[in-house]
Design a protein around this ligand. Structure first.
Ligand code: FE2
Length: 67
């Protein structure tokens, strides 16, 4: 069973895929949409990095406490 943190990480990665697709589809056709998708994509990447960092810290804490 996935824990909520892992589900949130999966959600961020889904958002990254979605906004990357929107950015690529808008490129050379709709600069306003392209720029908005790029801004949101950068935010989603930051969210993913933050949650991945939290996941690593929690894993280290669990590993340390199990010794
Ligand atoms: Fe997000």
């Amino acid at each position: 069973m996935a824990v909520p943190l892992d589900q949130n990480i999966a959600g961020e990665q889904c958002a990254i895929t979605t906004y990357r697709g929107l950015r690529d589809a808008a490129k050379d056709h709709d600069m306003a949409t392209y720029n908005e998708a790029l801004t949101i994509l950068e935010q989603e990447v930051e969210h993913d990095e933050d949650l991945q960092s939290l996941r690593e810290s929690l894993d280290l804490m669990v590993e340390r406490d199990s010794k």
